[in-house]
Design a protein around this ligand. Sequence first.
Ligand code: OXD
Ligand code: MN
Length: 606
Amino acid sequence: MNIGELKHTGLKQWIEDAVALMGPDSVEVCDGSQAEYDRMIQLTIDAGLATPLNPQKLPGCVLFRSDPSDVARVENRTYIASEKQEDAGPTNNWVDPAELKKTMTELYRGSMKGRTMYVIPFSMGPVGSDIAKIGVEITDSPYVVANMHIMTRVGAKVLDVLGSGGYYVPCFHSVGKPLEPGKQDGGTWPCAPLDKKYISHFPETREIWSYGSGYGGNALLGKKCLALRIASVLARDEGWLAEHMLILKITNPQGEVKYITGAFPSACGKTNLAMLVPKLPGWKVETVGDDIAWMKFGADGRLYAINPEAGFFGVAPGTNMESNPNAMLTIKKNTIYTNVALTEDKDVWWEMIGSDAPGKLIDWNGNEWVQDKNNKEQKPAAHPNSRFTAPAKQCPVIAQEWEDPRGVPISAFLFGGRRPKTIPLVNQAKSWIHGVFMGSIVGSEVTAAALDLKAGTIRRDPFAMLPFCGYHMGDYFKHWIKIGQSHDESRLPKIFFVNWFRKNEAGKFIWPGYGDNSRVLAWIFDRCNGADNYVETAIGNLPKPDAISRPGGVSEADMKEICSVDTEGWKKEIADVRENHYPKFGDKLPGELAAELDAIEKRLGV
Ligand code: OXD
Ligand code: MN
């Protein structure tokens, strides 16, 4: 489709202005069709950017290798450009919006020369759902178009909902690599150098401007930029929740169904939990979403969640038939792989895929790579943040209602992180405000892989939203508190803190995790039904002894240890929150949270 055919005059004008600024050779409005997807993939193959994979093993799959400077979200180049700096808060980068627009306008000037501008109308959430939002992304990257086809709902059907004057979030994206006349990418992933990359959000005007990166979260603007950073602002203003949460459906042996959402920082297994294969006989877990939940109140006072996405953008390394068989089956066809390793027969391979490298590989840098298990220093063949982009509908356990425009009613929220000590296997909040307190202190152990941070320390990531909240985190806590104050608490989801990552003195994980986490989910399920399966403690409601069925390999003593209060550890936890964490939010820290901290401290007998 070309711009002339657009019915929406505001949209048409916005595109024409962008064309005048960015100077593409041509413009295309995306229709979201399979033919369009195939054409985008073919373009990237012809430009030497994508490798088609073995059609017998991985039909419809391709592999991309990105530039080494463009392999992850760039948090230090991500901006919340609110009018007032204090509205962005201490945990976001801020630049004055007028100044940032000036800088970026100069970067965008002529940035699409030699390229096609693609206009992607997309819906976050089922097209036409009351909870869904429409965005329009302008990009010069066919890789982005193809990924957006999988991760969002794209095209003509979205334009129909938009009509001649509907609201959309305008999103600019350019890889920042204009082409000289007659030049092609020639196999080189186009992007700008790190210090020219900008991932900018203008919360008051609800605009997203991204420049210089072609990678996932920086370039697929529906995901982190719209569905979290901008949506969190909309949710604050409109009284709903836009959260970094998976959504799962769980059915007990009697056929009763509940829906649970969960927020965990990166690298805590959100996708694995969303697709869990229960070890507990008779229980069933199905997937609604693995990364983002938008939740609004229904007329019955309950919170209903939709997954605004249509695909999974998951981390490949560590995914295998043990850790997540459903993800492995999802990514067998129609999947875009980025930065994994390539085998000689055009299959994919990554670290911890479940088998050794089958012969010589091409690593994510495009170099030959032969596995050397004796060399502990060997660089990985797949980048640790290498990804698969796959349609959610291919997941063998996708819940039938995953696209229900009304959303699914949520019974429980989980918060969690990697905590080797102190934090019990599961702990139910005594009240909504206690649950908000739990969310506000989420932390996860820094692993050796994280740059700039000391391994073994705990990095606080409240609500797993630290990199994704589009406004001041103190105001965000307040928003959660207000949700509790303005609704009937008995209808709100119950809140739980879980921790699959406790270690013993020898540094070994005590709890097996993965499918055995269903034992904890079952306890939570029963708790939501008011079961008498808990004991009240100073830190919250913990499982009664034997209320959680014990997996093989976990001794009674171990079970007791991970289900009881470590008073000394908690005193340290409280002190850390008081001295190092809460002060960051200054006078925006809600008094209710400071009072919760005092109350727990008192109950612990400090
Ligand atoms: C993601 C992230 O990619 O949280 O989902 O970083
Ligand atoms: Mn995420």
